[in-house]
Ligand binder design. Sequence first.
Ligand SMILES: *Cc1c(COP(=O)(O)O)cnc(C)c1O
Length: 341
Amino acid sequence: MKPIDFRSDTVTRPTAGMRRAMLDAEVGDDVYGEDPTVNRLEEQVAGRLGLEAAMFVPSGTQSNQIAMGLHCRPGDEVITEAGSHILQYEGGAVSALWGIQPQPLPSEDGLLSPEQVTAAVRPEGIHSPRSRLLSLENTHNRAGGTVWPLERFQAVVEAGRRAGLAIHLDGARLFNAEVATGTPASAWAKLTDTTSVCFSKGLGAPVGSALVGSAALIKEARRLRKRLGGGMRQAGILAAAALYALEHQVERLAEDHAHTRRLASGLAELPGVKVNLARVETNILLVEFARPSGEMVSRLAAQGLLVNATGPHTVRLVCHLDVSSADIDEALSRFRRTLKS
Ligand SMILES: *Cc1c(COP(=O)(O)O)cnc(C)c1O
């Protein structure tokens, strides 16, 4: 039985076209700024996000963390949603690397309100940490791939700006938001000081993210990347995969979204399953089972369905390049079998 892997949109393998692009990539030493393919990628990403400059990095974690280090000094505070990737899934880096104090704000759907941000900002004075940075996430991973409506994003950014905060956007799946709404990624990114995007998620590249911002910030970011050991040499081989992904594998994210909706409505009809269909916006689906999630993960694995538990009864399914329309039909029949036994 062929396993169907819904654990993450990072499990994709490079397509034949992408592998050819990597094979043919022109390369140089990127630490010297001499890799023409990396330079082309950085120009393209900056242009596409409507900001001045971009820097290619090995991972989304490194990209986010360089942004943290750019905007904050030890003892400063980052205001962010409690389930955000920077707090939940980056190994404690905000405190371990930079001595930043996080202020996590609660939400149902990963999105904040302007009032919440305004109320969170600390008063001036020797007792408080300095509120320095507002970090937002679009789409929001832990909340189930939710998209920030542009107007709400704008209002929250303005609340942050009024309080003198810098703005970072963790846009690991910003292109999912673009494809789901028809709003260009740049509409969100242009409102920020720094935005991070991933090529190794639904876009299907094996490695790589980019941090985008003003020329001055990205110049300083190159020092922090080197400090973290992220300076890569003939990285054009990897940048070629990212360029290929941007050119050929963005529009197809719509298929992942359609697959996710189909999976969601199929699962919603099964016994012992709860799905909030209104919350299915992109390629991530959170499913609540009557049984404990740990037990469901093993039962599903026995049927060749790979998923991750994200709560006591919650399991996350992610659709991606390597899950076909036929896989969705097959997965639904395996779910039916699992829930009957
Ligand atoms: C995956 C992800 C990242 C970066 O992860 P890496 O595995 O370090 O590339 C950052 N933010 C969000 C929201 C993510 O889902």
